[in-house]
Ligand binder design. Structure first.
Ligand SMILES: *Cc1c(COP(=O)(O)O)cnc(C)c1O
Length: 406
């Protein structure tokens, strides 16, 4: 079965919402993946910051296989140890990064990022009571495609065709503390922010912004919900991006990198948000599935045992400095932290760069028209980074020669 044949079958059988993906992948090993025509790629995207340990990592394979063989599913009607251990591990990691103590911390498991944010949305409404229903969110932010998460998403083009959502949302500019201060009052249940806007093109806020969000939420009684679905679990060189700022949210949402490729999301509540749900308030048949929890435990264990936080920080800096040092005229900036970088282009040529990079054997992503996203497995090596940065000037030259595609 060639890529062309698979794409034709995809087009006939799958809904058109994704368009036709340009590459059909068959298998992977480490940081390499192969397409249906036998071409090999260095994977610098990790399935959108998901495959933290790369492909076929022995710890993940063993954890998943052993758990699938022993007990693949329980539903939430029964306790199993994997979910308890994973929740305890996440609580420990949140606490370890908090200088001043956290109070109570508890976890709800979902199956995706959107569902983790849906849980957060219900949690903050439950904690706030009926008088506080407004949510403040950010322009350009992304929180998911389900109706609640989409209502909070600051991208009118993907949101507005599906409204109204029955949710009162105020949008403010990302990183603008003064605008946030004006928008948040005692009618607000919560503020939803990303520490760095991922889908908007790896856009950080100024240092100190999260501390201001914390202060505004404390002053008004709104919950501070931090969406770390893309930034969390080692991606930035910290367990969670907020730990670099020394700021604690009230609610933390996680997903992408947590399961290393298995679907799992988590909504972590701190302080009074740890226990704001009463029995019966929320649920998920698959959430906290034993196989997904086993995968996530393998991811956390491997990040810790192999020192992958320090590696992400160091290799991410190498990646950024090599690209910057090449001084290519198409590149105006390399943003982000750890192994999560946005290459800002001087022209809307990101889609062309993505295509040319694939032709040279590298998977990267045009996250916006003029930003290329690089988010490789946390297991990537120095040699593999240099293989990419060595090839990049030629890729950019080719893309620059043909700038804006139709
Ligand atoms: C990907 C993402 C989501 C949505 O996660 P899904 O698993 O696709 O539902 C939400 N928030 C952020 C910041 C994300 O990057």
């Amino acid at each position: 079965m060639t890529s062309r044949e698979l794409q034709a079958r995809f087009d006939a059988a799958l809904m058109p919402n994704y368009g036709t993906p340009p590459i059909a992948l068959t298998h992977g090993e480490g940081r390499r993946v192969w397409d249906a025509d036998g071409r090999r790629y260095l994977d610098l995207l990790a399935g959108i910051a998901v495959s933290s340990l790369g492909h076929g990592h022995p710890a993940l394979v063993k954890a998943v296989a052993d758990q699938a063989a022993s007990l693949a599913h329980t539903s939430n009607l029964y306790v199993h140890e994997r979910a308890v251990r994973l929740a305890e591990r996440l609580i420990g990691l949140v606490r370890a990064g908090a200088a001043g103590g956290t109070g109570d911390v508890r976890v709800f498991f979902a199956n995706s990022g959107s569902e983790a944010n849906e849980a957060a949305l219900k949690l903050v409404k439950r904690a706030a009571g009926a008088g506080r229903r407004t949510i403040v969110s950010t322009d350009g932010g992304f929180h998911g495609r389900t109706s609640g998460a989409l209502a909070l998403t600051g991208k009118p083009a993907i949101r507005d065709p599906f409204g109204p959502f029955g949710l009162d949302v105020r949008f403010v500019a990302h990183g603008d503390a003064a605008a946030l201060r004006d928008a948040v009052d005692d009618s607000c249940a919560a503020v939803f922010v990303e520490p760095v806007q991922g889908e908007a093109g790896i856009l950080p806020a100024d240092p100190g912004y999260l501390a201001e969000v914390r202060e505004i939420c404390d002053a008004t009684g709104a919950a501070f919900v931090l969406d770390e679905i893309q930034s969390g679990v080692g991606r930035t060189g910290h367990w969670f991006a907020h730990q670099a700022d020394g700021v604690l949210p009230d609610v933390l949402t996680l997903a992408k990198g947590l399961g290393g490729g298995l679907p799992i999301g988590a909504c972590v509540g701190l302080g009074r948000y740890a226990t704001a749900f009463a029995k019966g308030d929320h649920g998920s048949t698959f959430g906290g599935n034993p196989v997904a929890c086993a995968a996530a435990l393998a991811v956390l264990d491997t990040i810790e045992a192999d020192g992958l936080l320090a590696a992400a920080a160091e290799l991410g800096d190498l990646l950024a400095s090599e690209i910057t040092a090449a001084g290519h005229p198409l590149v105006t900036e390399v943003r982000g932290a750890g192994l999560w970088r946005g290459i800002q282009l001087s022209a809307p040529a990101a889609a062309t760069v993505q295509t040319r990079a694939a032709e040279h054997g590298f998977l990267v992503n045009a996250v916006t028209a003029d930003v290329v996203r690089v988010a490789p497995p946390l297991t990537i090596t120095r040699e593999e980074i240099l293989e990419f940065t060595g090839a990049l000037p030629r890729i950019l030259d080719r893309a620059a020669g043909e700038e804006t595609p139709a």
